[in-house]
Design a binder for this molecule. Structure first.
Ligand code: MG
Length: 167
């Protein structure tokens, strides 16, 4: 029981640490939120975007998706998986699709607007998403790019819901 509690307490800290180690900062995700929401909110502040990303990152289901996705990326990068999964994930094979499914666990938290935002940002690939998709880096970000897009989409939905309720 005691160990279980310890693990739960580690989850948020580790998820944030791993994002940082994989080159993703809260500010980078907040910039994606800004990109998605600036046309809908006059005087949108970066601070608001950061706050909404922070709240999304505090959710357990989001932390679990981050840990799982990054772990799989790292294993593929190190060549630690069995075939055919090793090649599929290491080469970010287009028809795989489980990276998107994992990201839906994040988008789901804030309802259906999240899906629209996620689809849009995944097509546009602004800011950090472009960097994560750069195959010449030698890094495997097959899961991470979808996770980051999904956190931004979820934070955008949260911001949109709150703004609608404030009107
Ligand atoms: Mg992907």
């Amino acid at each position: 029981m005691k160990d279980e509690k310890k693990v739960i307490n580690m989850t948020e800290k580790t998820a944030r640490q791993w994002l940082h180690e994989r080159g993703v900062e809260v500010k980078d995700i907040a910039e994606l939120v800004y990109f998605l929401q600036e046309k809908y909110h006059q005087n949108l502040k970066m601070e608001e975007c950061i706050q909404n990303v922070e709240r999304v990152l505090s959710k357990r289901e989001v932390q679990n998706a981050i840990l799982t996705g990054i772990q799989l990326d790292i294993m593929a990068e190190k060549g630690m998986m069995e075939e055919p999964l090793q090649t599929i994930i290491a080469t970010d094979e287009g028809l795989y699709g489980i990276d998107e499914i994992l990201a839906f666990a994040i988008v789901n938290v804030y309802g259906s607007i999240g899906f629209t935002n996620y689809g849009y940002i995944d097509k546009q690939k602004p800011g950090i998403l472009k960097e994560l998709n750069d195959k010449s880096s030698g890094k495997c970000n097959t899961f991470l790019d979808d996770i980051v897009g999904a956190i931004a989409a979820a934070a955008s939905s949260r911001l949109a819901h709150r703004a609608a309720n404030a009107e």
